[in-house]
Design a protein around this ligand. Sequence first.
Ligand code: ATP
Ligand code: TZP
Ligand code: MG
Ligand code: MG
Length: 282
Amino acid sequence: GESIQHSIAGSIFVGKGWLVLINQVRRKNPLIHCITNDVVTNFTANGLLAVGAAPVMTANHEEVAEVAKTADGLLLNTGTLTPYQYEGMRLAARSANENDTPIVLDPVAVGATTYRTRVVRELLKEIKVDVIRGNGGEIAALIGMHSDMHGVEGKSDQPPEILAEKAANVWRTMVCVTGEVDAVSDGENTYLIKNGHSWLSRVVGTGCLLGAIVSAYIAAKENNADILRSVPEALSHYGIAAEDAFARAKEDGIGTFQQRFLDALGFINNDHTYERANIEQV
Ligand code: ATP
Ligand code: TZP
Ligand code: MG
Ligand code: MG
């Protein structure tokens, strides 16, 4: 588009007109229905509040369809998946699909157990998800490639942009692979995001919260064409918040980092991130 500048290397970097979605998130205060794991619920709810979204957590079969219908986004996270919760996800997702509520799926620990790998594939066949967000191991496992899972942590020997593009084509949805470098692809357009800090992987739930925040950014977009930009913008902002948090917490440690990170998510705005966003089209 007209807002994109070309670099000498041939890659395309973001230009003016990007990184404004945080303002829309704060203006819209999108309601994000999260069916997520027991480890990260509180952190996820606080992180959503920090960026200006509104969290609601429930997997209750009696009410999930109603909540997913009125929500602006639905997050499905399989971190501590039970058969009851899985059924709740199906009911919520069906309602979300019927009511045009966008869905983000975080397939936590897919590839680590047979049950999770099976049910997540079943879910993806039954419902339409807008974005899948996972680490390299999880996304590799989702497309039947070799993955190296260590509980909920996962690696792949493939670069993230290859995994994201392949998975986007296999599952016909946007895919976001995170790690030291993040990649986002819709199968045709692929972006690399190089913001963030390694301490993010030393605090539990930072992947899970990212999925929720991606959902908030998608919900804040003004039209469908923006969705391909919403995800790199969310990732870049998230990474810049981590860089800020590290600068303030490095003398103290990861407990302080976790708090500073929540603080930084609340402070980010498009003015101070514009110069530092490292998003590149490949
Ligand atoms: P895992 O359980 O394997 O740690 P995850 O689901 O927690 O995976 P991550 O891949 O850790 O998800 O991604 C969470 C956030 O941390 C993303 O914003 C990602 O960019 C960032 N991140 C992870 N590792 C690094 C790193 N080494 N350097 C910079 N940012 C990182
Ligand atoms: N066990 C089940 S879910 C979970 C753990 C440790 C949290 C995973 O969080 P993240 O964001 O993938 O690091
Ligand atoms: Mg992690
Ligand atoms: Mg994870």
